[in-house]
Write a protein that binds this ligand. Structure first.
Ligand code: ZN
Length: 109
């Protein structure tokens, strides 16, 4: 996984949760705030919307960020998705600055 320099925003990281195959990942960091994620091993359930629609399920590991339900965390998810959807480098820069400000305000980086 390509990690950008510390202090920069990782635009391609996870959204604060991951459902890898069992035992595939030992630890994982949140792609939103960089915190080490909590893990539950050997969870039985669907790992995608499509699987849940088909009532499928299989064993997997479930990683979630401890900050996942915080308002500021949710805001970063939205800012990052806006940044991915804009064609403007200027807007992207403004969004990036705001993401970094939120991270600094919450002292997670
Ligand atoms: Zn996080």
């Amino acid at each position: 996984m390509a990690e950008e320099a510390k202090g920069k925003v990782n635009w391609f990281g996870n959204q604060g949760w991951l459902c890898p195959e069992q035992g595939k990942m030992k630890t994982a960091d949140c792609g939103i705030c960089g915190s080490p994620m909590n893990v539950k091993r050997n969870v039985l359930g669907p790992t995608s919307w499509i699987e849940s629609m088909g009532r499928g399920e299989h064993l997997h590991d479930s990683f979630t960020c401890p900050n996942f339900e915080e308002d500021w965390h949710e805001k970063i998810v939205k800012l990052k998705s806006e940044a991915r959807n804009t064609a403007s480098d200027k807007i992207k820069k403004i969004l990036e600055e705001e993401v970094i400000e939120i991270l600094e305000a919450n002292a997670v980086r």
